[in-house]
Design a protein around this ligand. Structure first.
Ligand code: AMP
Ligand code: ZN
Ligand code: FE
Ligand code: FE
Length: 275
């Protein structure tokens, strides 16, 4: 019996803050019967150096993807991009700028932690040469030093938004991020609107030139999808979905916990024809 078509278009590898390598994710996707996959690491496309060949070998359809961090009026917004060439200059330039941004921002967070008597150095964090280093890695280092009991505690008490050691650091706007994706002939998708609590921000995002919205997300129940599906229909936008799998880092979110069917996946691919 062939399983129904399922495409999980949102997950993270060891190239950002996930615990499985890109190749391990491809193999897991095969094992659980996914037909298509996108690895959407934070601000990097490094995964595709190894994932592309592995997917070909495993017979999984892999579509290029990324989750860019951006900012709208001081609020953090995640933007999913799909369907670029991995050698595209606009994408690679923005990834390089994010690396610089994160290096400055991580330094600022370490300064704040030092002021709160929780000193960490760059050596306590993973090397940023081939991966995106961010708050989850800082949280992990805080656990290892015994400053907090768990990663959750680190976010809740110190480095989560609004906490004493949190800072956005330098930012890129939503508009400029969408623009880079369009220059790369990729589509720009509003990531996980389900977790945006601010309706004013949602309404602002709906006015911007996005191509789609992530209607199916993580383990949100079917009843929570309707609002986003209606918005997608109204705007003639693409409908995407995915698990936001991070491996052991977020054990409650298995790969394949959200997905899109063949029709929505085909619509996405059709939107990627040269414009
Ligand atoms: P950054 O991109 O460096 O700002 O880190 C954001 C990432 O941290 C998110 O994409 C999540 O994967 C992770 N994160 C955010 N809040 C939490 C939390 N409370 N517990 C664990 N991980 C979190
Ligand atoms: Zn993450
Ligand atoms: Fe996200
Ligand atoms: Fe994500």
């Amino acid at each position: 019996m062939t399983q129904e078509f399922r495409a999980d278009l949102h997950c993270h590898s060891t190239c950002s803050d996930g615990s499985l390598t890109p190749v391990e994710i491809v193999h897991l996707a095969k094992e659980i019967g996914l037909s298509a996959l996108s690895i959407t690491d934070h601000d990097t496309i490094e995964a595709y150096k190894t994932a592309t060949a592995a997917a070909q070998e495993a017979g999984i359809e892999l579509i290029t993807g990324i989750e860019f961090s951006s900012s709208q009026d001081g609020e953090s917004v995640h933007i999913l991009g799909y369907g670029f060439d991995t050698d595209n200059e606009a994408i690679n330039t923005l990834c390089a700028k994010h690396k610089e941004r994160r290096s400055k921002r991580n330094g600022m967070i370490l300064d704040l932690l030092k002021k709160h008597n929780m000193p960490l150095t760059e050596d306590d964090l993973p090397k940023a040469t081939k991966k995106t280093v961010g708050r989850p890695h800082i949280a992990q280092a805080m656990v290892e030093k015994g400053y907090v009991a768990t990663i959750q505690d680190a976010f809740r008490k110190y480095i989560g938004e609004g906490c004493p050691c949190y800072t956005t650091g330098p930012v890129f706007t939503v508009a400029e991020t969408i623009d880079v994706l369009h220059k790369a002939n990729a589509v720009a998708i509003i990531a996980h609107p389900h977790i945006i609590n601010d309706n004013r921000l949602i309404n602002e995002l709906l006015e911007l030139p996005f191509d789609g919205i992530e209607c199916y997300y993580a383990r949100y129940p079917a009843t929570s999808h309707d609002r986003w599906l209606k918005i997608a229909t109204k705007h003639h936008w693409l409908i995407t979905g995915g698990s936001d799998f991070h491996g052991a880092v977020k054990p409650n979110l298995p790969l394949g916990s959200s997905w899109i069917d063949q029709e929505h996946f085909t619509n996405l691919k059709n939107a990627l024809q040269p414009r």
